[in-house]
Design a protein around this ligand. Structure first.
Ligand code: WTA
Length: 658
C-alpha cells in the first residue's frame, strides 16, 4: 500500500558526526551489535556488563535465577557494597580531588564536594547512624530537600546495608507517616527546614506531626540536618546531624551485602489502594543505573552532568545518588526551583557550571517556554549554553513542539535529546535513544536500551504488529527491575505479572511502534494513574483523600485531563453531603478541599478543577462511568454510549458546572 500524498515522514535528526565517532556507543551499528549480543546470549550479556560496571567483593557465578518467577534474582551469589562502588572506588582510581557534587543553593551560593570529601562525609554519617544502632536491613526514612547531606545520607545507608526510603519533601505529614509506618523505619533523617524559591518551608515540623499521628513506633531517632537554623520544636529522640557526625571517624568499613539485598524502597502510586513500596536490589540496580547513565548520557570523565530531578523521585536515585557517582562523574545538585529568582535560572546555571549534559522534565521545559515567550530576558538565547552537548527528557511524553524548542533554543540545534522512558519500578532507562547511535524523532523515545526486551502486545499477551497501539510490556526480566512491593509479594505479582500476559512485565503504559523504524511512542497510562508534571498520582488515592473529608464530602471521582503545562491536570468531581454549592460558595469550598488534599497527600495532588454535582454518572450497577467524566473534564461533546447510565440528566449538570 502506498502512503497518501500528504503523509509526512517525521523529521529525523541524525547523531552529530563527532558523537558517532567518540560516544561510548558510537553509531547505529554499535547499538545493533549490543542488541544482538543480548539477543544471542541474554545472561552472558548482562553478566559481562555487571563485571565491567561494578566492583564485586565476591564475584557472582549465578546470573539470573528464574526458579520462583516473577520473584527474579540477579547475580545472587555475588556480594558488593553500593557506597564502596560509588565513592571508595573513585578515590582509589585517582578521582579523590575531582568534584563529585557542585551544589548550588537556592540563593546561588555554590560549594564543591570532591569524591574524597563525599566519602569522608558518608563515612561519618554511616558511623553516626551505626552509633544510634542502625544496621544492615534496618529501614531509614529520609525526608530532606536537595543537598549534599541528602546524597550522603543515602550513601551512608547503603554503606551500612540499611534500606533507605526517601520521601519527597513536598509530601504532607500524613503521607510521610504512611510511608514511615509501612517501612517500619527505625530512624528518620530530615532537615530543620527547606529553602525553595526564596521561601523557607518546614520539614522537621512535619516529621513531628507525622510521628504524632501514630503507627511509627519503630522510630528511635530523628537526625536533623541544620539547613536554615530556623526555630523548631525539639523532641527527646531528636539529634543534630552535625553533633552526631563531628565525633565520628572518616573511615567506615562497608557492609558487604548480597546482590539481592534491598538497597532502597521508594513509594509510588498504583491504580488501586495505597502507594506501593517499590523494593530495589543492590547489585542489579547498580548495574542498571551505571550502564544506563554511561550510555544514555554518554558520560565521560570531563563531563558536568546535571539532572534536575529531586532525590524524592526515582530519577534522583538513579541519576543523582547512584548512577553518576558509580561512574566517577561530576554533577550539579540544585536546591531550588527553575523559576527563582527568575525563569532563566536553569540557563544561568548551565552557563555558570559549564554543564555538558542536562536532564530535565517536559513540564519544566513547557513552563520555561511560556516564561521565555512572555519575557524575552529569560529566553535561553541570552545565555552561553555552548558547553552543552547532550540533553535529556524524562517523566512524561514530550510533545514535539516542546522537543523542537528544547532542541533549537537550549541545545542550539546541535545537541541530541535523549527522551528516556522508564519507571520507578524499572530502576533505570528502558527505552531511550543513545546520543551517538540513534536517529531522533521528536516525541518518540525510539528504541529499547540494549538488553531490554520491550514489546507491544494485546490483552492476552499476543504480539501486535508495528503501527498498532497496545500494551507496553517487557518480555524478559532485567537487572534493575523491582524485586517486590515491600511486604506484599502478592500485590507485586498481580500488579506487574498478571496471568494473562504470559509472564511479561506489565508497565501500565500504552504505546505503539512506528511501522518503518520500529520506534516506540508512549501513549500514556492505561490504568488509573495520572502523570501531573511528571509526578505519578493514583486517582484512587486522591478520591480516598477527598472522601476522608467526612464533614463535607459524600462521594468523589477523579480523572485527568490534558494540560498545556503539566501534561495532565487533576480534575475532581465531588458530591457534597449538603446541597450543591454554586458561585462564590463553590469557589470557597473548592479552595477548602484543595487545602485538605494538600494536607492529606501534599500540594502536588491538589486538583486543578473541582466541580460539584448532585450525583456522579453511574451505571445501573453503581459503577462510576469514568470515561464520561474524562470527556466532561476535557470539555468534549459526549459521544459515548450513555444508555447504561442510571441518571443521564447528570451529564448536563456536570458539563455546565465549569
Ligand atoms: C511516564 C519516572 C513518556 C510513563 C522515571 C511511566 C514517560 C511513568 C516517560 C513512570 C517518557 C516516564 N515518555 N512517558 N520519556 N518517562 N513516563 O515511576 O507513564 O515516576 O509509566 O518514573 O511516567 O513514572 P515514574
Amino acid at each position: 500500500m502506498t502512503s497518501p500524498d500528504n503523509a509526512q515522514t517525521p523529521k529525523q535528526y541524525l547523531p552529530p558526526q563527532a558523537l558517532m565517532r567518540s560516544a561510548h556507543v558510537a553509531g547505529r551499528a554499535a547499538y545493533d551489535a549490543l542488541a544482538a549480543e543480548a539477543e544471542a546470549g541474554y545472561e552472558g550479556y548482562w553478566a559481562r556488563l555487571a563485571r565491567e560496571f561494578v566492583e564485586w567483593k565476591t564475584p557472582f557465578e549465578k546470573v539470573l535465577n528464574t526458579d520462583h518467577a516473577p520473584m527474579y534474582k540477579w547475580f545472587e551469589d555475588g556480594t558488593l557494597n553500593v557506597s564502596y562502588n560509588c565513592l571508595d572506588r573513585q578515590v582509589a582510581a585517582g578521582r579523590g580531588d575531582k568534584a563529585a557534587i557542585i551544589f548550588e543553593a537556592d540563593d546561588g551560593k555554590v560549594t564543591h564536594t570532591t569524591y574524597a570529601q563525599l566519602l569522608a562525609q558518608t563515612c561519618r554519617m554511616a558511623n553516626a547512624l551505626k552509633a544510634l544502632g542502625v544496621g544492615k536491613g534496618d529501614r531509614v526514612a529520609i525526608y530532606m530537600s536537595m543537598s549534599v547531606e541528602a546524597v550522603a545520607a543515602m550513601q551512608a545507608c547503603a554503606r551500612l546495608g540499611a534500606v533507605h526510603s526517601v520521601v519527597f519533601g513536598g509530601f504532607s505529614a500524613h503521607s510521610l507517616r504512611d510511608r514511615i509506618a509501612d517501612t517500619g523505619a527505625v530512624a528518620v533523617i530530615t532537615a530543620d527546614e527547606q529553602v525553595r524559591g526564596g521561601k523557607t518551608l518546614p520539614l522537621k515540623a512535619l516529621v513531628d506531626e507525622a510521628l504524632a499521628l501514630g503507627g511509627c513506633e519503630a522510630v528511635r531517632n530523628v537526625v536533623v540536618y541544620r539547613r536554615t537554623g530556623g526555630a523548631i520544636a525539639w523532641q527527646s529522640h531528636d539529634r543534630w546531624m552535625h553533633e552526631l557526625t563531628q565525633a565520628q571517624a572518616e573511615v567506615c568499613e562497608p557492609e558487604w551485602v548480597s546482590a539481592e539485598h534491598p538497597l532502597f524502597l521508594l513509594y509510588t502510586s498504583g491504580s488501586t489502594g495505597k502507594p506501593k513500596g517499590v523494593q530495589h536490589s543492590s547489585g542489579g540496580y547498580l548495574v542498571q543505573a551505571a550502564v544506563t547513565a554511561k550510555w544514555t548520557f554518554d558520560l565521560h570523565d570531563d563531563d558536568v552532568f546535571w539532572c534536575t530531578a529531586d532525590i524524592g523521585w526515582v530519577t534522583g536515585h538513579s541519576y543523582i545518588a547512584y548512577g553518576p557517582l558509580a561512574l566517577g562523574a561530576t554533577q550539579v545538585v540544585f536546591e531550588g526551583v527553575p523559576t527563582y529568582p527568575d525563569a532563566a535560572r536553569f540557563w544561568k546555571m548551565i552557563e555558570r557550571h559549564k554543564v555538558t549534559v542536562f536532564y530535565t522534565a517536559p513540564t519544566a521545559i513547557r513552563s520555561l517556554i511560556k516564561a521565555a515567550e512572555g519575557h524575552a530576558a529569560v529566553h535561553p538565547r541570552n545565555f552561553d549554553l555552548s558547553s552543552l552537548r547532550i540533553l535529556g527528557s524524562v517523566g512524561e511524553p514530550i510533545n514535539p513542539a516542546a522537543w523542537e524548542w528544547y532542541h533549537a533554543h537550549v541545545g542550539g540545534g546541535r545537541c541530541p535529546i535523549v527522551d528516556t522512558w522508564w519507571q520507578t519500578e524499572t530502576g533505570g532507562h528502558m527505552i531511550t535513544p543513545l546520543p551517538g547511535a540513534t536517529a531522533l524523532v521528536p516525541g518518540s523515545c525510539t528504541l529499547p536500551f540494549p538488553g531490554i526486551m520491550a514489546a507491544i502486545v494485546d490483552e492476552t499477551g499476543g504480539d501486535l504488529p508495528n503501527g498498532q497501539s497496545g500494551i507496553l510490556v517487557i518480555k524478559k526480566p532485567w537487572p534493575g527491575m523491582i524485586r517486590t512491593i515491600w511486604g506484599d509479594d502478592a500485590r507485586y505479582q498481580s500488579s506487574y505479572y498478571p496471568p494473562e500476559l504470559r509472564g511479561y512485565y506489565l508497565a501500565g503504559d500504552g504505546a505503539a511502534r512506528d511501522p518503518e523504524t520500529g520506534y516506540f511512542t508512549i501513549g500514556g497510562r492505561i490504568d488509573d494513574v495520572l502523570n501531573v508534571s511528571g509526578h505519578r498520582m493514583g486517582t484512587m488515592e486522591i478520591e480516598s483523600a477527598l472522601v476522608a473529608c467526612t464533614d463535607l464530602v459524600a462521594e468523589a471521582a477523579v480523572v485527568g485531563r490534558p494540560d498545556d503545562t503539566s501534561g495532565e491536570a487533576i480534575c475532581a468531581f465531588v458530591v457534597l453531603k449538603r446541597s450543591r454549592p454554586t458561585g462564590e460558595e463553590a469557589g470557597k469550598l473548592a479552595a477548602e478541599l484543595r487545602n485538605w488534599i494538600g494536607k492529606e497527600i501534599g500540594p502536588i495532588a491538589k486538583p486543578k478543577d473541582i466541580r460539584f454535582a448532585d450525583n456522579l454518572p453511574k451505571t445501573r450497577s453503581g459503577k462510576i462511568m469514568r470515561r464520561l467524566l474524562r470527556s466532561v473534564a476535557k470539555g468534549e461533546a459526549i459521544t459515548q454510549d450513555t444508555s447504561t447510565l442510571e441518571n443521564p440528566a447528570i451529564l448536563d449538570q456536570l458539563s455546565e458546572a465549569h
